[in-house]
Design a protein around this ligand. Structure first.
Ligand code: ARG
Length: 358
């Protein structure tokens, strides 16, 4: 472990004093107590110090979390700060707890969420993955971005059958092509202010790109927020099919690329919200009646550890760490089924539709 240089230390001290006066509910501020700060301020991973970990939160007091790991080592070296944030975000994951390990289970335990009617507009399952041997976004050099992209492209080229497709680097797409892919919700934009402040947008758009299979149901983002985002999606509610494609793609890529993994935290990624299975399984769903009664919707979602936002609701698992892949999927499936059951009951009882519905 290196020791921090005097100039960074002085900046850290100054920023910490300033942070104390800032009004913010972010978890970084909550858990960066004086004791923790005094312990962590001297530490340096191979290439990152405490300032790199907290700078996104310092620049954005409206962050919910406010910290990122510039490399995998940060999760252990700065554990005094990451651990309580991880514990709170993932709903109870104490410092002595371990992620249960990998279990993709069987897609056959899931079904089509639209068996009772056309509620679910689209279904999506994604995970984040990082490649061992490379730091995360803010520490990648221009050469490493190019090398990483090359490694990933070679692995993507081996996908076959319904997974086969091709990789397109963003810097070789015309603006028209980019706009079209953005409109279709396939492509990502340059990072938001949270990522920007974390130093994750350097050399944009070099090294970034998108892989699509023939029917756009398998999408892989390269060097967006994470080295890889592997996404399976389609219209309608057939979660079994979406998840089965997802598992085949992640497994095939994992056979060819060494994903960063920790016994305690599972798959390691840039943001502490994307640890463990690093899976987000979600639906876009029309709930004209339940949507009118946010309390029942939110209570039910909460009961299944799901989060619901917007008017065509985006409902997804919130917990990623401390439960296996198939458990995360099952949680989303069971919760959305319960939500649809409630919507259906309200329909029968003739309750009022929300006026914002179309
Ligand atoms: N850093 C932001 C915050 O703390 C985003 C966190 C979650 N989102 C994400 N894309 N990782 O609010």
């Amino acid at each position: 472990m290196e020791r921090v240089d005097p100039e960074t230390l002085a900046t850290l001290e100054k920023e910490y004093r300033r942070l104390k006066g800032v009004s913010s509910r972010m978890l970084m501020k909550k858990y960066l107590t004086k004791d923790v700060f005094d312990k962590l301020k001297y530490r340096v991973t191979e290439a990152a110090h405490a300032l790199d970990v907290i700078k996104s939160g310092l620049a954005n007091p409206d962050s919910g979390i406010g910290l990122y790991a510039p490399d995998a080592e940060s999760y252990t070296l700065f554990a005094d700060l990451f651990d309580p944030v991880i514990d709170q975000y993932h709903g109870g994951f104490g410092p002595s707890e371990r992620h249960p390990g990998i279990d993709f289970g069987s897609a056959d335990s899931l079904g089509d969420l639209n068996e009772w009617g056309d509620y679910v507009v689209s279904t999506r399952v994604r995970c984040a993955r990082s490649i061992e041997g490379y730091p995360f976004n803010p520490l990648l050099t221009a050469e490493q971005y190019a090398e990483l992209e090359q490694d990933v492209e070679v692995a993507l080229d081996t996908l076959d059958g319904d997974l086969a497709g091709y990789y397109r680097p963003i810097n070789r797409l015309s603006l028209e092509e980019q706009d079209k892919l953005l409109e279709e919700h396939l492509l990502f934009k340059q990072g938001d202010r949270f990522l920007e402040a974390a130093g994750a947008c350097r050399f944009w758009p070099d090294g970034r790109g998108i892989f699509l299979n023939a029917d756009n149901t398998l999408v892989v983002w390269v060097s967006e927020e994470d080295h890889l985002r592997i996404i399976s999606m389609q219209d309608g509610g057939d979660l079994r099919q979406v998840y089965s494609r997802f598992v085949r793609a992640v497994t095939a890529l994992g056979d060819r690329l060494p994903f960063s993994y920790s016994q305690r935290l599972g798959f390691l990624n840039f943001c502490p919200t994307n640890l463990g299975s690093a899976i987000r399984a979600s639906v876009h769903i029309r709930l004209p009646r339940l949507g009118n009664d946010r309390r029942i919707l939110e209570d039910t979602a909460d009961q299944f550890h799901l989060q619901a936002k917007d008017f065509v609701f985006d409902i997804s698992n919130r917990r990623r760490l401390g439960l296996t892949e198939i458990e995360a999927l099952q949680e989303m499936y069971d919760g959305v089924r319960e939500i649809i059951r409630l919507e259906k009951t309200m329909e029968k009882n003739g309750s009022r539709k929300g006026s914002a519905y179309f």
